[in-house]
Design a protein around this ligand. Structure first.
Ligand code: UDP
Length: 322
């Protein structure tokens, strides 16, 4: 059985669905601080904090073979406001999880890492060899957790795969689960809020970056492509019994303006686009070189920006009662 921490959240819930479709048994552990119990539609559910002693009861109750660890806070802006909370939740709680895994002899671990561990790299696309220089507490909390994993693996009887996500977006094509953050800070759901009339306009955070249209470029990856990579990474750990780190992105960058245009095209709605100040800590361009995961795991993204936006729009219409 696979234990999924944070399986009631956005990426965790999509991965839980895909794991169950692939025939795995799962148990979701989530304290519902950011997740939603009705996103846990597959496998078992335990309401438990990954940082608590109660976690041991979950390991006693289920026969756990491996852990996929999503439970974390993931807002850069919030991490700047509350760095301690990010280090405690993302780093310290992971140590409790690792300790518990040791106690119960569980040796396979998949970690949700992030492109934020690279900071603002000069060379694009970003390979796994790029220096790790996080520029905000969120990226830093993931960076030091990766270091803890390296050390844990050196000790033996433990292997991990760390997946450095670029911009996760899009939703389950059946609309059973989707993206829901409170407050929402991500570009695509905010643009879709404007399309559906929940907001008057969308603001572009800076149009004076050194990019072709002046707006930031990101690598958007469909959440199901991300989820699929977790299944492959788990199978890799079972077969190869070795630790590794992989970037996870489409390898194609889209500017904020291009994303907004795609949203207008898919939704067939028009809305006001404003230019606002730059958002602190936003690098101009983040694009993944995902050659390594394609070569070593045989992973290939299936979906592009249009499918990302159309699946997100379908979910958006559903939750907003259309
Ligand atoms: N962005 C924007 N307006 C918004 C929200 C986001 O212009 O209302 C930009 C943001 O500055 C970044 C890109 O959209 O360049 C993606 O931001 P998001 O928060 O979705 O993901 P991040 O790249 O921060 O992980």
């Amino acid at each position: 059985m696979i234990l999924i921490t944070g399986g009631a959240g956005y990426i965790g819930a999509h991965t839980n669905k895909i794991l169950n479709q692939a025939g795995y048994d799962t148990v979701v552990v989530d304290n519902l601080s950011k997740g939603y119990e009705n996103f846990v539609k597959w496998g078992s559910f335990e309401n438990c904090d990954v940082g608590s002693h109660d976690l041991r009861e979950v390991f006693e109750k289920y026969d756990i073979d491996g852990v996929i660890h999503f439970a974390a806070f993931s807002s850069v802006a919030e991490s700047v406001e509350m760095p301690q909370m990010y280090f405690k939740n993302n780093y310290k709680n992971t140590l409790n999880l690792l300790q518990t895994m040791r106690e119960f002899g569980v040796d396979k671990f998949i970690f949700s890492s992030t492109a934020a561990v690279y900071g603002s790299p000069e060379n694009i696309p970003i390979t796994e060899e790029t220096d790790l220089k996080p520029i905000n507490p969120y990226g830093h909390s993931k960076f030091i957790t990766e270091k803890a994993l390296e050390r844990e693996a050196e000790k033996g009887d433990f292997n991990y795969v760390s997946l450095r996500y670029f911009n996760a977006a899009g939703c389950d094509f059946d609309c059973e689960i989707g993206e829901f953050h409170d407050p929402e800070t991500h570009l695509i759901p905010l643009v879709l809020d404007a399309a559906i009339g929940k907001r008057d306009s969308i603001s572009i955070f800076g149009d004076d970056y050194d990019t072709p249209d002046g707006t930031c470029i990101r690598d958007y990856i469909h959440v199901n492509d991300l989820a699929e990579a977790h299944v492959m990474a788990y199978e890799y750990l079972c077969d190869k019994k070795q630790s590794d780190v992989f970037n996870l992105g489409n390898g194609k960058g889209y500017s904020v303006r291009e994303v907004i245009e795609m949203c207008k095209k898919v939704t067939k709605k028009d809305f006001e686009v404003k230019i606002d100040e730059r958002r602190e800590g936003d690098p101009a361009v983040l694009i993944a070189d995902s050659t390594k995961i394609k070569k070593d795991l045989g992973w290939n993204p299936k979906y592009g920006l249009e499918e990302i936006v159309s699946s997100a729009w379908k979910w958006h219409e559903k939750v907003n009662g259309f």
